[in-house]
Design a protein around this ligand. Structure first.
Ligand code: NAD
Length: 324
């Protein structure tokens, strides 16, 4: 049985509670949240024990789940790691690179499992591509959201774009060569909309647009590579692949003929099967499994660090804005 303590039971924290309750071999020891009204609601809806002392909750559990605003991620991570507790922390890993660096060091010393909540890695649209060979050379991303004051304590880069940065760093097997970026603070005092171009040493280029001031939602990533186009819709949890048919492929596979400068070629359209799985439940279950089986976590502290590193370079490029 894994004993877990939840820190921060606001909007996302409540979803975490619901999911932990459905995951086997897990006991929620209790929660810590300084907001009395939120704590009251959580006690009445979920019947969980409230701890008013953070250290006491840490002492009683094997692992902590940190779903607090970004500014407090480090303080809770540090307290838990110093007591050698496993840590799941929401994205972004921390508020600044100094904190992120310290978390890497503390995790190494604590010898525990550490996972960051880059939940799109568990999105069925992304999981469905696991069997396919992905080597993108051009990437176009749009992540647009309606305005919501929650999350605006950090810029749109650390709030939304960081999801796509993590996925791209995971897919592109090369180091970042150059970043260009522009962003504007429209409603808050940090960038609310931004466009970024990331160039990699292998020639891959990624264009990312993120906005938290849009009227409609969109979370699309389009990948172009030799002989294939791959589209991911993180909102609809669907993906599609349009690719050149291999010469030795089954005659019966449905394909379309297109005329190219090299003659007629066959193009195959595939919609990889996606299980309509709950991505939050999948990420929390994978954290539990990493602890039980002593295997690496799927999104490690280093992954969280690398995503933050790129996000902060972007914020430096945007300049003239308050950098979180
Ligand atoms: P929220 O404001 O709804 O909830 C945060 C809660 O944490 C509040 O109840 C607050 O009282 C509590 N809190 C504040 N300081 C605390 C502390 N030191 N210790 C314990 N609790 C504390 O925010 P939210 O939308 O639930 O977001 C929380 C975190 O989740 C943020 O880091 C955010 O970036 C992340 N998030 C991730 C995703 C995702 O897609 N992975 C989506 C939304 C939010």
């Amino acid at each position: 049985m894994l004993k877990i303590g939840i820190f921060g039971v606001g909007h996302l924290g409540k979803f975490h509670i619901q999911n932990w309750k459905e995951i086997g071999d897990v006991e929620i020891v209790g929660f810590f949240d300084p907001n009395d009204q939120t704590a009251k609601d959580v006690i009445s809806v979920f019947g969980l024990k409230r701890f008013v002392n953070m250290e006491e909750l840490i002492d009683e559990c094997d692992a902590v789940d940190i779903v607090t605003p970004t500014q407090s991620h480090y303080a809770v991570c540090e307290a838990a790691l110093r007591k050698s507790k496993h840590v799941f922390v929401e994205k972004p890993l921390a508020n600044n690179m100094q904190e992120a660096n310290d978390i890497l060091k503390l995790t190494r010393e604590a010898k525990v499992k550490f996972q960051v909540g880059h939940v799109e890695r568990f999105n069925p649209a992304f999981i469905a591509l696991k069997k396919h060979s992905i080597n993108p050379m051009f990437i176009e991303v749009h992540r647009l959201a309606q305005f919501n004051p929650r999350g605006t304590e950090v810029s749109v880069i650390l709030d939304l774009m960081i999801h796509d940065i993590d996925i791209i760093l995971h897919l592109v097997n090369s180091d970042v060569k150059q970043i260009s970026a522009s962003g504007v603070a429209v409603i808050t005092d940090t960038p609310d909309i931004a466009n970024v171009r990331i160039e990699f040493h292998n020639g891959c280029v990624a264009n990312l647009t993120s906005s938290r001031i849009s009227l409609k939602k969109m979370r699309k990533m389009r990948l172009f590579q030799k002989d294939a186009y791959i589209g991911l819709d993180f909102l609809e949890k669907k993906s599609e692949i349009i690719r050149m048919k291999n010469e030795n492929e089954d005659e019966n596979i449905f394909s379309l003929e297109i005329e190219t400068p090299d003659g007629i070629k066959s193009v195959v359209v595939e919609s990889p099967h996606t299980e309509h799985e709950n991505a939050i439940k999948a990420e929390l279950t994978s954290f539990r499994d990493a602890i039980f089986n002593d295997t690496p976590t799927i999104v490690s502290e280093l992954d969280g660090y690398h995503a933050m590193e790129v996000a902060h370079k972007i914020l430096e490029k945007i300049g003239g804005q308050k950098i979180n």
